[in-house]
Every structure is written in structure tokens, then in C-alpha cells.
Ligand binder design. Structure first.
Ligand SMILES: [Zn+2]
Length: 344
């Protein structure tokens, strides 16, 4: 279990005070400040993108920082950036896991230190064995834990109208492969990070097209045109997250393929609902197949993340019983967790 606890360091690491020996990209910093609407929403951990000599930042590659007003990237551009990172850094690989109904690729991006990248199959096998008590005795599990590394899986862009995560993840990947800041380095050394950059690529491209064609220049929202594309995927749209039992769509097959290949210790599915950050574990009833210890750990991690942000001056509201959600678990048992409880 001590390995599992390492996962919590991801959020901690991103939030701790940076002590850099590396060159910081001053232009990137200035743009972050310029584009953040309220300084209270600017924790120190979102500053200080590294100016790396050989690995291009999003600013160098795209000409704009991630989160620039009026800028959205389609899947070709997103995948191109990850391919570039894979070419320039030994600490990142990208692999296709599925093809969508309209022929677009779905990828998994893998990030880790030299040791992780050289022994991916070994670490994968460790978690495969830990995930299955039929093939692993308790004492074998204890031995495996001594050398296993946890896998943290970030899933982006499931709901295509929630357009932020495919953007944000590109910057996160850049930070994870370039920064020598102590705690980021700890993540790279101790955790294998998986990113599904856009889990619904068909929808992403429709929404980006729609944004540039209709939404970007509009000032009135009551002119009869919908705010977003009327459909996303070839067959389903927002309810693509209800496909956990049927597994009929490429998005689901892609996510399951990553899940069952890697047995991630934590899966964080990135969504948006209101223009505030919330970290929610849902309120139950939970799938009875999920160990209560695991459910308890979601709460621990969520509260840790919120506390860490509060320590950096973020205005935070913790409403009594409405505990928070750190990870929405893909529902294998037929009961969808209720996960969208706004808390801030
Ligand atoms: Zn969503």
C-alpha cells in the first residue's frame, strides 16, 4: 500500500514551491499572468514553465501558451505535439491504442524516467499481477510491492464540449519531461504517468471546428444557434460515458484497452461543469465491487489536493458533508457513480 500512497505526491509535487536551477521561460510566465483573470486563481505551482534548450514548449511549438484566449487545437495538432515530445525526449512515448468510428487514432502517452521507460513491460507486469489475486498470493504481492511503480492515468477529452483538458495535458506533459524541479522529478522517478490526450477524437475535432466557425466571434448567445456542435461522435455524444457495460464505442474500447493493459493505480478522468475547479469523489451509492478502502482513499486524495491549493492562497470552500471527488472510476458494475458535485 505504501506504493499506492506515492500517487498522492503528484498533486503535492505540482503544488510545492519551485526551486529551479533551470532557465524559466519568462514570456510563458508573463502570458500566464496576463491570461489569468484573478490573481487568487494563480497558485505558484502553475507558474515557471521551463525554457528547455532542446524540447519545445507549447509556446515555442504553437506560438501561444496553453490556455491562450481564442485558441483551441484539433487532434492533428495535439498529436503532432506529443509526437514531437516523443522525438525530443527519452522520457515520453506515444502509442496508438484504438481507431475511432471516423478513422481518427486514439493514443496513450507514457511518461517516466530512464528506468521506467526501459522496463515498461516489467512494471506493467507487476501491476497486472497485483491486480489479480487468482495468479498472485498475498506474500508474492508483498514482494512485488517492493519493486513496483504506481501508474497514474489521466484521461482527457471524454466530453468534447469540455474543451480544456486536451489543452492542459499538453503543457502538463511538457512540464513532466522537462522540469528538474525536485518534486516533478520525484513524479518522473517514482510514478509512470499515462495520458490519453483526447479520448473522443471525433468529437474534439467537431467542437474545435464549431468553435472557430461559430462560437469564437459570437457575442450573443440567443441568436438561435446552439453553442456547440449538435452531435460529436459518429453514433453517441455526451452519453459516451455510459458505455461502460456495452463497450460498443471506440472511445470505450480505447480506455478499456489502456486500463486492462496497465491496471492503473489511479485513474483521473478530466471533466468540466462550471467555471470553478472541483475535485469530487461523488456521493455514492458506489459500485459494491470497489473496495471501501479505495473509496476512502479517494476522499483522502481529494482533500489533500484541496488543502494544497488552499495553502497556496486559492479561495476554497469545503461544504461539510459534501466530500470531494478525486477520481471518477469507470463503472464496470452497472452503477454510475454520481460524480459532479460542485464544491467550490
Ligand atoms: Zn464531462
Amino acid at each position: 500500500m505504501k506504493k499506492v500512497l506515492l500517487i498522492g505526491t503528484i498533486s503535492y509535487c505540482l503544488m510545492s514551491s519551485p526551486v529551479f536551477a533551470q532557465e524559466i521561460d519568462a514570456e510563458y510566465n508573463n502570458k500566464i499572468k496576463e491570461y489569468t483573470t484573478d490573481s487568487r486563481f494563480l497558485p505558484a505551482s502553475v507558474m515557471n514553465v521551463v525554457d528547455h534548450p532542446t524540447i519545445p514548449s507549447p509556446l515555442k511549438h504553437f506560438g501561444e501558451i496553453i490556455g491562450s484566449p481564442g485558441v483551441m487545437h484539433n487532434t492533428s495538432k495535439i498529436y503532432e505535439y506529443y509526437q514531437l515530445l516523443a522525438e525530443k525526449s527519452p522520457h515520453l512515448q506515444i502509442k496508438q491504442v484504438e481507431t475511432t468510428e471516423e478513422g481518427r487514432p486514439i493514443y496513450v502517452v507514457i511518461i517516466g524516467n530512464d528506468d521506467s521507460m526501459e522496463k515498461l513491460d516489467i512494471y506493467k507486469n507487476h501491476l497486472n499481477r497485483l491486480a489479480d489475486p487468482r495468479i498472485t498470493t498475498p506474500s508474492e504481492a508483498e514482494t512485488i510491492l517492493e519493486s513496483a511503480k504506481p501508474v497514474y492515468y489521466l484521461n482527457g477529452g471524454m466530453h468534447s464540449t469540455e474543451m480544456g483538458s486536451p489543452e492542459m495535458l499538453m503543457e502538463l506533459a511538457y512540464r513532466l519531461v522537462t522540469s528538474e524541479e525536485k518534486t516533478i522529478k520525484q513524479i518522473r522517478d517514482n510514478v509512470i504517468v499515462l495520458i490519453n490526450p483526447v479520448s473522443e477524437p471525433d468529437g474534439r475535432d467537431k467542437l474545435v471546428d464549431w468553435y472557430y466557425r461559430y462560437s469564437k466571434t459570437r457575442t450573443e448567445w440567443d441568436d438561435g444557434y446552439p453553442r456547440s456542435a449538435p452531435y460529436w461522435g459518429k453514433y453517441v455524444f455526451h452519453d459516451n460515458n455510459r458505455d461502460g457495460l456495452q463497450v460498443s464505442q471506440a472511445i470505450t474500447k480505447g480506455i478499456f484497452s489502456i486500463f486492462y493493459e496497465w491496471h492503473p493505480t489511479v485513474m483521473l478522468d478530466l471533466h468540466e461543469s462550471v467555471p470553478l475547479l472541483y475535485i469530487s469523489t461523488g456521493t455514492g451509492p458506489y459500485n459494491e465491487q470497489i473496495d471501501p478502502v479505495t473509496i476512502g482513499e479517494w476522499q483522502v486524495m481529494a482533500n489533500h489536493d484541496i488543502t494544497t491549493l488552499a495553502a497556496q492562497g486559492m479561495p476554497v470552500h469545503l461544504p461539510g458533508l459534501f466530500m470531494t471527488l478525486v477520481a471518477r472510476i469507470w463503472d464496470l458494475g452497472g452503477k454510475q457513480p454520481q460524480f459532479q458535485r460542485a464544491i467550490l
